[in-house]
Design a protein. Structure first.
Length: 94
């Protein structure tokens, strides 16, 4: 992948991050409670920041198949294996 491809994926992640912030505020999505023993914030905090990072990472894995490995199925398997860890998030630690 070229330098411009990496910059493009960074830009995609940045734009998706702004979109997630806008949608989360507009529809009150992904808000985490500020109640609890180890809570630092005094207000509701959005917990959707990993969405644009995951999407960009998945696209990067799928787009650089030719440079890193020749097998698209293996790249798709990587993305599918990362998906449960992304969906579980830090709920596993709770």
């Amino acid at each position: 992948m070229t330098f411009f491809g990496i910059v493009g994926l960074f830009f995609l992640s940045f734009v998706l991050g702004l979109a997630v912030i806008f949608v989360a505020r507009k529809y009150n999505l992904g808000a985490d409670s500020h109640q609890g023993v180890q809570r630092f914030h005094t207000h509701w905090v959005r917990r959707l920041g990993g969405v644009p990072i995951y999407v960009s990472l998945a696209l990067w894995i799928l787009l650089v198949v030719d440079e890193i490995q020749r097998d698209f199925n293996r790249a798709l398997l990587w993305v599918l294996c990362l998906t449960p860890a992304f969906l579980a998030g830090d709920r596993v630690a709770e």
